[in-house]
Design a protein around this ligand. Sequence first.
Ligand code: ZN
Length: 125
Amino acid sequence: MKNKLFKDIFKKGDILIAVVLIVAVVLTAVFATRTEESFVEIYVDGHLAYQLDLDADIVVDLADTIHKIDLVVEVKDGMVKVTESNCPDKLCVHSSAVSSAGGMIICLPNKVVVKVTPKEVDAIS
Ligand SMILES: [Zn+2]
């Protein structure tokens, strides 16, 4: 009887270990995807003006007297957003922060594109 009880506990322990392992594997996968390094690229009038690290917090003031741009881009906690802009519509400022590769914020009046791209260099392009 005592032996059977021990076996039952042992089995439950096995299941627990299996669950913990599965959770650990899933968490590792999620964490690995989340921390996949990405660049923040800021294009002004079609030209790459800045290439920033998405993981490094920074505030970039895009003050360009030639293009009459006054736009502030903030990279914080792995997300990028436009915090200030002199454009009339302010669509870029109201755009939600971008945190994953492929996401972008566009300011049409200022011809500014803020884009998140993966760090892996694409051999085809
Ligand atoms: Zn704008």
